[in-house]
Structure formats: C-alpha cells, structure tokens
Design a protein around this ligand. Structure first.
Ligand SMILES: O=P(O)(O)OC[C@H]1O[C@H](OP(=O)(O)OP(=O)(O)O)[C@H](O)[C@@H]1O
Ligand SMILES: Nc1ncnc2[nH]cnc12
Length: 204
C-alpha cells in the first residue's frame, strides 16, 4: 500500500484505513491515526469532515488538546481562519494558568492546564482532540473552557468511542468525528478490519 496514494473514489471515512494498530504491546488497545496526516488528501478530507456539522455555527477560537489534538486543532483553526489555543498537559506553560484534574484511559490521575488570559465570556470555542476513548480528557478540557466563562460550541475528534464518557459527550455537546456508522462498532472494539492487511502492507 502506498500510504500517500489517493483512491479514485473517496468513500466516507476512506482515510481511516491509513490508521495503524498498536504493534508495541498489549497495554492499551491503540489505533494510531497519525499516518493519515501524512497523506495530504486524507488530512484535508478529515478536516473537512470534522468541520461539516459546524458550518453555520459561530466559532471564535479553536482549542486543541496536548499533544495530538494540536495537529488537527491547528488545521481546523487555519481552515476556519481562527486562532488556536493550546490546552496543555500541566507543567509546560510558563504563564498564569488554570488547571483541571482528570483520569484518562490509562486510569492514571492527570492534570491539564490552560492560560488564563484568552478565554472569556462570550467567546465561542470548538475543542479538538485526536481521539475520545473514556472521554476523561475531553470532559476536563470542556470544564476548563467553561470555568473561564467561554462557551463550548462543540467538540471534534477523529473518533469518539461509545464508552460511557464518549456517549455523555455525544448527548450533551454538538460534536463531529470521522467514523461512518458501519465502522463505529469496530472503533468501539478498538480493532479495524483493515488491520488484517497491516502486516502485509507495513513494509511495502
Ligand atoms: O478519552 P480518554 O480516555 O481521556 O483518552 C483520550 C486522550 O488520549 C490520547 O492522548 P494521550 O494523552 O495518550 O497522548 P498524546 O499526547 O499522544 O495526545 C488522545 O489523543 C486523547 O487526548
Ligand atoms: N484507543 C485509542 N486509539 C487511539 N488513540 C487513543 N487515544 C486514547 N485512546 C485511543
């Protein structure tokens, strides 16, 4: 498989087969979307898909979650002609910040932070991350944005799993993701049928 090739017919979610499975160990069932950003058409189609539901919404600012959410978040921001706010894992911002505790798929307690000099009431924010598994990370980011009085227009991620937290997000916030209905169950079980081709194609 040529990872940079573009199929003649670009079916819904065609670029998801560019994702790779976790080959490094059994600790987390991981699907790695980073290869799809290497294919310019895949990256561009992914961004278009994520923005579609928000076409008639006011978005003043895009906030992306550390680290992989920075890639998609900044692409969405540039496409919208808006600025980008980094929501960071705690300890990296050398300015005044507000923090939020959370627990993610690893089960570990973590802390995220955001600067306090940008968000304010009346600002409409789209929050972007690469993936929502338990939803712990995204829920914490929503809290941080809302604590500073800004409004969350919605959330966008390549995938939002139908975990308890993922369902809560889908029920309570406008959202977008790239997963066609017929692939959602594969995403929820963290295994794509396309992975069967993976070993065959990894060295091609
Ligand atoms: O829904 P949750 O269970 O909270 O998990 C989702 C988070 O996990 C991943 O990031 P991670 O912190 O692993 O690493 P990254 O630095 O590669 O983005 C992903 O990009 C989300 O931010
Ligand atoms: N299962 C998963 N696949 C890819 N990215 C993730 N981030 C958190 N969980 C993930």
């Amino acid at each position: 498989m040529n990872k940079l090739a573009v199929p003649q017919k670009r079916d819904e979610g065609w670029y998801l087969s560019l994702m790779a499975p976790n080959t490094k160990g059994p600790e987390f069932a991981w699907l790695d979307p980073s290869r799809l950003y290497c294919n310019s058409q895949a990256f561009s189609d992914c961004v278009t898909d994520l923005l579609k539901p928000f076409q008639s919404d006011t978005i003043d600012l895009v906030a992306g979650i550390d680290a992989m959410g920075f890639i998609l978040g900044s692409a969405l921001a540039i496409t919208l002609g808006k600025g980008f706010l980094a929501i960071r894992k705690a300890g990296h911002l050398c300015v005044e910040t507000q923090t939020q505790e959370y627990t993610d798929y690893s089960g570990r307690e973590k802390l995220m932070e955001v600067r306090t000099d940008v968000l304010k009431p009346g600002l409409h924010v789209l929050i972007v991350d690469q993936w929502v598994e338990t939803g712990g990370t995204m829920k914490a980011a929503i809290k941080l944005v809302e604590k500073q009085g800004a409004s969350v227009v919605g959330v966008a991620a390549v995938a939002i799993e139908n975990s308890e937290g993922g369902k809560w997000i889908k029920e309570n916030y406008k959202h977008s993701h790239c997963i066609p209905k017929n692939l959602q169950s594969q995403i929820d079980s963290q295994y794509l049928e396309s992975f069967k081709n993976f070993n065959r194609t990894i060295t091609e």
